[in-house]
Write a protein that binds this ligand. Structure first.
Ligand SMILES: [Fe+2]
Ligand SMILES: [Fe+2]
Length: 205
């Protein structure tokens, strides 16, 4: 009798164990954890690329009249990158494996457009910052839905602040004659496409 009971209990326990294994993927905490990991990885990679874009622009245009404007945006990108450098270990997030690529691609984009002239550099800023502001807004929507508003307050506030900074950079680009760049429409479309591809990759790799 007691043997039957024990067998019944152990079967119950093993069923419970098996069902906990199979439902693991669907646990909401696991999904939130994956969302936070993805958000911090892609934002860290993006801010590194942004830092490199403005470094490339400064190398070419640092001594021209737009130098101080670019320096101002670069300083803000440095602060953004420093913040995500802090959040990576805090959230135990995995950094993008493609950081060397974002580093080189960012610098090449910044210096390359700056070589086409200051209007093209500003057009690059308009394109990049438009995509990044939109990207931060999408993340804020996801965080509002899935994150813990108390525990993840620092991350939410950080993204809100950076979204506002990026949208200001976008407006600075427009105010500095971005639209007068040669082939403005094509140039910004290509850069926007590249940024969206970069986001897609950095979220995953
Ligand atoms: Fe930034
Ligand atoms: Fe920016």
């Amino acid at each position: 009798m007691s043997r039957l009971l024990l067998r019944g209990i152990s079967r119950l326990e093993s069923n419970r164990f098996l069902s906990s294994l199979t439902s693991f993927e669907d646990k909401p905490e696991q999904k939130t954890r994956e969302l936070l990991d993805k958000i911090i990885r892609v934002d860290h990679a993006g801010e590194l690329a942004a830092d490199r874009i403005y470094a490339g622009q400064m190398a070419v245009l640092g001594r021209t009249d737009v130098g101080p404007t670019i320096q101002h945006m670069w300083d803000e990108e440095k602060a953004h990158l420093a913040k995500f450098n802090e959040l990576i270990p805090k959230y135990k997030a995995r950094p993008s494996a493609l950081l060397p690529l974002w580093n080189i691609a960012g610098y090449a984009l910044g210096a390359g457009t700056a070589l086409l002239g200051k209007e093209a550099a500003m057009a690059c800023t308009v394109a990049v910052e438009a995509v990044i502001s939109e990207h931060y807004n999408n993340q804020l929507r996801d965080l509002m839905e899935h994150a813990d508003h108390n525990k993840d307050k620092e991350l939410i506030d950080t993204i809100k602040k950076f979204r506002d900074d990026e949208s200001q950079h976008h407006d600075i680009g427009l105010a500095n004659k971005a639209e007068q760049a040669p082939f403005y429409q094509n140039l910004t479309s290509v850069i926007k496409m590249g940024c969206r591809l970069g986001i897609y990759l950095a979220e995953r790799i």
